[in-house]
Design a protein around this ligand. Structure first.
Ligand SMILES: [Zn+2]
Length: 325
C-alpha cells in the first residue's frame, strides 16, 4: 500500500483508539465531573466542563501529531511496501466515520447559521439600543421574539423590534451585557468545537451530559457577569428573561447561536438564581495558583518528552508496526 495512505490509516486508527478510550472514560466520569463543577463558580465550571468534553479529542490529536506522524516519518523507510492489517484498516474506517459524522454536523450547523444571519442582515437594520448604553445591534422588524448572539468569529447581537419595544432601557442593556459575556468567552466558537469533536463511538452521542451542563453554566456565568452582584440588576434581568419568554415561541436557531432564553430548559433555575442572588459561596482556585500549577505541569511534561523523545518515537514505531500487521 502507498506510503502516505498507510500513514493516513495509522493516523485515523490511532486517533479513534485514543479518542474512544479517553472519551468513554470521560463519559463514565461525567457525573463526578458535573458534581465537581457544581462546587465552582459558573465561569470556572463552564471552562472545566468544556475542557473535560474536549479532552479526548485533544489527546487523540496530540497522539497523532506528536507521536504517530513523527515516528512514522522518521523510522519507516519510504520504500517499504508493507500491507495494512485488517484490524488497523477496520479501526481506520471507523475513525473516518467518526470524523465524517462530526464534520457533517459542524458543516450543517454552520450552513444554518450563515443562512439565518444573512436573512436577519437583509431583513434588519443596524440600530442603537435605547438608554444610556447606546449599543449597536441588528434590529429585525418582523418575526418571533429574538435576542441572540450570532456569528462564530465576529459575533453580533440580533434583536427583534418587538423585544426592543417591550423591554426597558435597563433590561435591554442587561440583555446586551449577558450576550456580550457570551461573546467575550467565545461561546459560539466553543459550540463549533463541540460539534467538531468526534464522538467516542461513531453515531453514538457521547459527552452530551457534559455539553448540556456546560451550556447551563455558561448561561449562569453570563447572567452573573451581566448583573455583577447587584440585586437590582439581577431583578431586572430576571424580569427581562420572563418578559421575552412570555412573548411567544422564539425562532428555531442554529446550535451555533446563543440566545437569551430560546430553547433554554433551565429558565426556571436561572430566574430563581437571579431572584435569590447572593455572593458565590464556592471559593475559586486563585488564578495565580492555577497558572503556576499548569506551568509546572507543562514544563515537567515538556522536559520528559524532550529527554525521552528518540526512545518514545522508537517504541511508538514498534507499536505501530505491530498494529499495522
Ligand atoms: Zn445566554
Amino acid at each position: 500500500m502507498n506510503y502516505v495512505l498507510r500513514l493516513l490509516c495509522l493516523c485515523l486508527a490511532s486517533f479513534f483508539l485514543v479518542n474512544a478510550a479517553v472519551g468513554l472514560t470521560t463519559a463514565l466520569l461525567s457525573r463526578a465531573a458535573v458534581r465537581m463543577a457544581e462546587t465552582m463558580r459558573p465561569r470556572s465550571a463552564a471552562r472545566f466542563l468544556f475542557a473535560a468534553r474536549m479532552l479526548a479529542c485533544a489527546l487523540g490529536a496530540g497522539a497523532v501529531l506528536g507521536l504517530c506522524v513523527p515516528s512514522y516519518l522518521w523510522l519507516e523507510p519510504p520504500a517499504s511496501s508493507e500491507r495494512v492489517g485488517w484490524a488497523c484498516l477496520t479501526l481506520a474506517l471507523v475513525g473516518a466515520a467518526t470524523w465524517f459524522g462530526s464534520l457533517a454536523r459542524a458543516a450543517w450547523a454552520l450552513a444554518a447559521s450563515v443562512r439565518l444571519n444573512r436573512r436577519w442582515q437583509q431583513a434588519g437594520s443596524e440600530t442603537l439600543l435605547p438608554g444610556a448604553s447606546g449599543r449597536a445591534v441588528v434590529m429585525v422588524k418582523k418575526g418571533a421574539p429574538l435576542v441572540a448572539l450570532v456569528g462564530v468569529f465576529r459575533p453580533r447581537l440580533v434583536v427583534s423590534e418587538t423585544v426592543i419595544r417591550s423591554l426597558s432601557a435597563e433590561q435591554l442593556d442587561l440583555a446586551w451585557q449577558h450576550e456580550n459575556a457570551h461573546g467575550l468567552s467565545r461561546d459560539n466558537l466553543k459550540r463549533l468545537f463541540l460539534l467538531l469533536a468526534p464522538a467516542p463511538i461513531p453515531f453514538l452521542g457521547g459527552g452530551t451530559s457534559l455539553e448540556q451542563c456546560w451550556a447551563k453554566f455558561s448561561e449562569w456565568a453570563a447572567d452573573d457577569e451581566a448583573v455583577r452582584g447587584d440585586s437590582q440588576r439581577a431583578l431586572a434581568l430576571a424580569a427581562a428573561l420572563l418578559c421575552v419568554a412570555r412573548m411567544g415561541t422564539a425562532p428555531r436557531l442554529s446550535f451555533l447561536h446563543t440566545s437569551l432564553c430560546a430553547g433554554d430548559h433551565h429558565l426556571c433555575a436561572r430566574v430563581e438564581r437571579l431572584l435569590t442572588l447572593r455572593p458565590p459561596a464556592a471559593k475559586p482556585l486563585s488564578r495565580a495558583r492555577c497558572l503556576a500549577f499548569g506551568a509546572s505541569l507543562g514544563t515537567a511534561a515538556g522536559i520528559t518528552v524532550f529527554l525521552a523523545w528518540p526512545a518514545t518515537l522508537l517504541s511508538v514505531h514498534r507499536l505501530l508496526e505491530l498494529f499495522l500487521r
